[in-house]
Design a protein around this ligand. Structure first.
Ligand code: 5GP
Ligand code: MG
Length: 189
């Protein structure tokens, strides 16, 4: 797995420091509130697991699944949304929507609307990574770990063809790894 990596973009220590800062900001925002953390599967699994353990406030954790891609790597623009049973009731609660990466913005925009439609008192977003140069819909994340350039990344929960989520750091893969799968498969979220 490590042999497939061309470049480490964020080390474990850098990620840890970024999350500590982020957790500090979130703690200031949510101290004293009834917080519902809602994480988008699968990419945010590692990020949200580390993040909630740095938040010294009462919270619940729910998940939903989301796919923004059709065939191949070109986004179809359509976002499918599936709530994990039991995760639908946000009426009157403050919701923190957590995702791995803010790319075109379609996913977060769609999910934020869905949570508001379910009566959430307030929906804010928190992403591990932000690629502002890729945005096609108008959305900015309220909280974010790191801004990165427009490069396809894996590790710390993010996959290529379902693999590499368990790399403990953020990395780019060697071009031949991507080229070995043509057409490139869709990221699974
Ligand atoms: P968007 O913001 O375009 O709706 O979609 C964001 C989703 O696309 C992310 O949650 C993630 O699943 C996937 N994605 C976007 N950029 C990358 C990337 O560089 N690496 C990986 N593994 N997934 C990505
Ligand atoms: Mg995703």
């Amino acid at each position: 797995m490590e042999n497939d990596v061309s470049k480490v973009l964020l080390t474990e220590a850098e990620i840890r420091a970024g999350l500590k800062r982020l957790a500090g900001e979130l703690t200031v925002e949510y101290r004293g509130s009834d917080l519902a953390v809602v994480a988008v599967l699968h990419g945010s699994c590692v990020f949200v697991s580390d993040l909630i353990r740095l938040l010294p406030i009462p919270l619940t954790l729910e998940f939903l699944a989301c796919g923004s891609y059709g065939e191949g790597t070109v986004s179809s623009g359509e976002v499918r949304l599936t709530f994990i049973p039991g995760a639908e009731n946000f009426a009157g609660r403050r919701v923190l929507l957590v995702d791995d990466i803010l790319d075109t913005g379609r996913t977060l925009l769609r999910v934020r609307e869905a949570l508001r439609a379910r009566g959430a008192a307030d929906v804010k977003t928190c992403v591990f990574l932000d690629k502002p140069s890729r945005r096609v819909v108008p959305i900015r994340s309220d909280f974010r770990g790191f801004e990165i350039e427009d490069v396809f990344v894996v590790g710390y929960g993010l996959d290529f063809a379902g693999r590499y989520r368990n790399l403990p750091y953020l990395a780019a893969l060697k071009p031949e790894i991507y080229a070995a799968r043509q057409p490139a498969p869709e990221p699974r979220g």
